[in-house]
Design a protein around this ligand. Structure first.
Ligand code: DOR
Ligand code: ZN
Length: 354
């Protein structure tokens, strides 16, 4: 990687955690990701969720049809685990290159998770199969127990569920997605190389105060929620450490204004439009620009056992203003628009597009 004060070139990155949705909005949000990422792990939490080979193939086809002409981008599909998921479907899907992983949403933990797993012990046959075939398990690591404080749900999940799971299946490959706490960082750093974690741009930039600044701000509401400042500082150190167990996963999760500006606003931050610029700001502030390529372009494929991209991307030091709001092609009024993360801010790095 060549890095100078005003310019940085790195192997083209991948996004290891992305929500693209379906239907009209898919086309409207996809180009922000295909613009800078070579591949992305596509989250399966549609309604109905991606629980079968044919649903995965159909969804992949709709994504591929929506990729702008002349752009190379590979969607890496995932299966949505339910209590009823068959291990044969996972095994066939993984071996045939339809699924690159399976996503575990504990039931009712986040957007479209009502079909999720009710009890991890009930699907040991699934974990056995995945461990045997080397299929990555991607985990939304929170408990949905209403008696557990919302800010403790990740730490409690690790203690109650993840630690016992890894003891039962010591060779299972696991990605703990969008980590938000020192507890998660410590757990991942002290585990075997079969456990890794993705880190989002928003959890590197905001702490939980952002949700309450002068009023209730659903734009900064996502799950897991941002935590205290001490956790944000630790996440910035972890992401910029260069350690192979941490890699890029935006968790970009678009919701239109009508679903954000509601008395029960949806969880999710749409960060795809300026994701690289956002991460790079953190790496520069942490004096770790030389470690950005490992985080963005190498650690992910190495963990998934996929080749590293051979194209390059360049960013230059040039101010860019993030729009307040983006029209994502729903042809409706502004209540159908989506607000990007950093909206209205000036970011200092820009992607060079030829
Ligand atoms: O903030 C989030 N939004 N967290 C999730 O786990 C799901 C996502 C979504 O799909 O909206
Ligand atoms: Zn997600």
């Amino acid at each position: 990687m060549i890095s100078a004060v005003n310019q940085i070139s790195l192997l083209k990155p991948d996004d290891w955690h992305l929500h693209l949705r379906d239907g009209k909005i898919l086309k409207g949000v996809l180009s922000y990701s295909t613009d800078v990422f070579s591949r992305a792990i596509i989250m399966p939490n549609l309604d109905p969720p991606i629980t079968t080979l044919s649903r995965a193939k159909g969804y992949k086809e709709r994504i591929v049809q929506s990729i702008p002409k002349g752009v190379s981008f590979t969607p890496l599909m995932t299966a949505y685990l339910t209590d009823e998921m068959s291990s044969d479907v996972l095994e066939i899907g993984f071996k045939e290159g339809i699924f690159y992983g399976a996503k575990l949403y504990p039931v009712n933990v986040t957007t479209n998770s009502s079909y999720g797993v009710t009890d991890l012990n009930k699907i040991d046959n699934i974990f056995e199969t995945m461990e045997r075939i080397g299929m990555p398990l991607l985990i939304h690591g929170e408990v949905s127990d209403a008696n557990v404080d919302v800010f403790d749900r990740e730490a409690v999940f690790i203690e109650r569920h993840l630690d016992p799971l890894l003891r039962r299946f010591p060779s299972l490959k696991v990605v703990l997605e969008h980590i938000t706490t020192i507890d998660a960082i410590d757990f991942v750093e002290n585990s075997k190389a079969t456990l890794a974690a993705t880190i989002t741009p928003h959890h590197l930039h905001i702490n939980r105060n952002a949700m309450f600044l002068g009023g209730l701000r659903s734009d900064f509401y996502c799950l897991p929620t941002a935590k205290r400042e001490t956790h944000r500082i630790a996440l910035r150190k972890a992401a910029t450490s260069g350690k192979p167990c941490f890699f890029l996963g935006t968790d970009s999760a678009p919701h239109t204004r009508q679903f954000k500006e509601s008395s029960c606003g949806c969880a999710g931050i749409f960060n795809a439009p300026f994701a690289l610029e956002s991460y790079l700001k953190v790496f520069e502030e942490e004096k770790a620009l030389d470690r950005f390529e490992a985080f963005a372009s190498k650690n992910g494929p190495n963990f998934y056992g996929l080749p590293i991209n051979d194209e390059y991307i360049t960013l230059v030091k040039k101010d860019i203003e993030v729009p307040q709001i983006l029209d994502v092609g729903l042809e409706g009024d502004p209540s159908d628009f989506v607000k990007p993360f950093h909206s209205g801010e000036i970011l200092e790095w820009s992607v060079v597009r030829d």
